[in-house]
Unconditional design. Sequence first.
Length: 405
Amino acid sequence: MSMSSRNAGSVTERERRLAARTEQWLVGKVEDYLDKQRFSANPQWPYEFNVKQPSKSELIRDSDTCIAQARAIRSWAQSYGCRYGEKSRSLGAYCGTTPLVTRVCVPGEHEALEIAGRQCAHRYCATQQRFSCLRGEFDVSEDVLAAVVYKLKDMDDLDFELVCQAAHYFARHDASGMRPRAVAIPGFSAKWLGGKGSVRRKAICLLLGRESLDFEERPGEIRLRYLDSAHCGYPDLYVTQPWRTADCARFRYAVIVENKDTYQEMPQIDDCICVFGCGRAANRMVSLLPWLADTPHVVYWGDMDADGLEILSGIRESGIDCDSILMNMDVYRRYRRFGTEYTEQGRRIEPRKVGAVPGLRAEERELYEALCTGEGVEYLRIEQERIPIVDAVAELCAAGFPIVV
């Protein structure tokens, strides 16, 4: 029962509103603490926090509000079994003093869960239940428990249970040297383990005290296609090992793109290949296509977002001296109506710390910093596919690429 309903007959409407705001603040403090403590293997109790005090002038000017707020805090604390501290404050000459609440102490988890809303209490209890589950099944330190629970915070209960089952499986079976999808864990999808850096794999390794599961990883690949008319109709090429004898190594032009639709839409360009970078897979180009570093005219075009510009910097740092198209502030302003604030998973794109990108040129760095911080831009991403391919072709033509008309 809220403080306002308990004392509805003895307080004014103004005091009821003040009590409601005060209770909302108090509950918020407790919920914030629960959310922080839920990933701790040993949550710390009691929880004590300070109550902001009015200045001397504020207390004299509006003593009724200060006294009413202190009364509301006392009533709230008493109703939930919380302790509180007080300090007498002067109300001015000839007006005496009044006790104001300076701090509140929530004695334990039980009281905090009584105070918190249903959703917050459920989050806390569900997370702590995972700690209990792991303690019962694995002989690991409390720090490891906390790391695993935190890594799996975005997973549902089924995935959490599967991580535990997989850890037990790998504790009994040696899968070293196998491809991840070939590991036949009963009842599991072949894709469930994910890639080398997947959260699931990392959590399993933590529970087993291992650095890795010693799989034979699938080799990285680069995809490319001929754009010249002499090879019209040739199939795409997939390169998984360094390709040093390629006939296209003699080509004078290369276009590196980040997304598949753009890769497939590229028109015929004489003496040219198109490389599908596929996000950060572009970083392996110099090892798989070593001759690309000697190609006279290389252009990179990717998403206008922080990732796309970091990829561009990485390609240059790897030794490929490329230009970029459609990746500066003027272009951003021209196409900003196509921007988005969400990832493909529906999550909001958040600002990030500006990284070290020594490979970027001045106009690219200007766009990169804006897309990291959000300053001066409405959206943090304009996807490559949203820009008409004819505009990209015009940029390539202006850069001297021999477009086949």
